[in-house]
Design a protein around this ligand. Structure first.
Ligand code: IYR
Length: 222
């Protein structure tokens, strides 16, 4: 049996009530400035910033601490083009045939469509994979737990970290996206979770006018 090895909790910071309130409010103000951006500049972004943000994402809690994620950072114009071509082919099918009418109806206000130029213009695509199970060198499989929840948590932290660093993102989920395993040469125990488009917004970027649910609609204190 494996015995847990405990060490003292270090690194935890407590703040005064006042400081706590200010930090919480400042964080919420900054988070509320995040918008999903679909128009990107080709301006480059330092790779170290992407690395730090992925390090933040990797701090997410995960089922049995298996950290069931893999991030592929795509900067290569050739690979970005392959991803764009494959994604647009799937999206063409989605918008032309696969999507039910009600789905297309709720997408209308977002102004989305099958053309995905941002997959080439943005300096980085971070393709996030969910590691459903682990294959050991001897071929033995071990299960990971709560992989979708874990990868969702890591992705949320990644998006927030990138926003905090002053970058825009777009969560893109071409459907189906199995082509990402082929293009990026990822093994079959990993499933594409989503593509995160990362960069500076284009100078003429526009977003839809939107509002966020007020707390009263979102929260119940009992
Ligand atoms: N994957 C498609 C469709 C799409 C679906 C939802 I739900 C969105 O919030 C946005 C888009 C696309 O990327 O266009």
């Amino acid at each position: 049996m494996t015995i847990p090895k405990f060490v003292p909790l270090s690194g935890f910071r407590e703040y005064s009530k006042e400081e706590m309130k200010k930090r919480a409010a400042d964080f919420a103000d900054n988070a509320s400035r995040r918008r999903t951006v679909r128009h990107y500049s080709t301006r480059s972004v330092p790779r170290g910033v992407i690395e730090s943000c992925i390090r933040a994402a990797g701090s997410a809690p995960s089922g049995a601490n298996k950290q069931p994620w893999h991030f592929v950072v795509v900067a290569s114009p050739d690979i970005k083009k392959q991803i764009r071509d494959a994604a647009e082919a799937e999206e063409h099918e989605f918008y032309a045939r696969r999507a039910p009418k009600e789905w297309l109806e709720v997408l209308k206000p977002l102004g989305t469509g099958e053309n995905k130029p941002f997959l080439e213009t943005a300096p980085y695509l971070i393709v996030i994979f969910e590691e459903r199970y682990v294959i050991a060198a001897d071929g033995k499989r071990t299960k990971n737990y709560y992989t979708q929840e874990s990868v969702g948590l890591a992705t949320g932290i990644l998006i927030t970290a990138l926003h905090n660093a002053g970058l825009a993102t777009l969560t893109h989920t071409p459907s189906p996206m199995g082509f990402l395993n082929d293009v990026l040469d990822r093994p079959s125990n990993e499933r594409p979770f989503l593509i995160l488009v990362v960069g500076y917004p284009a100078e003429d970027a526009v977003v839809t006018s939107t509002s966020r649910k007020p707390l009263d609609d979102n929260v119940t204190f009992v």
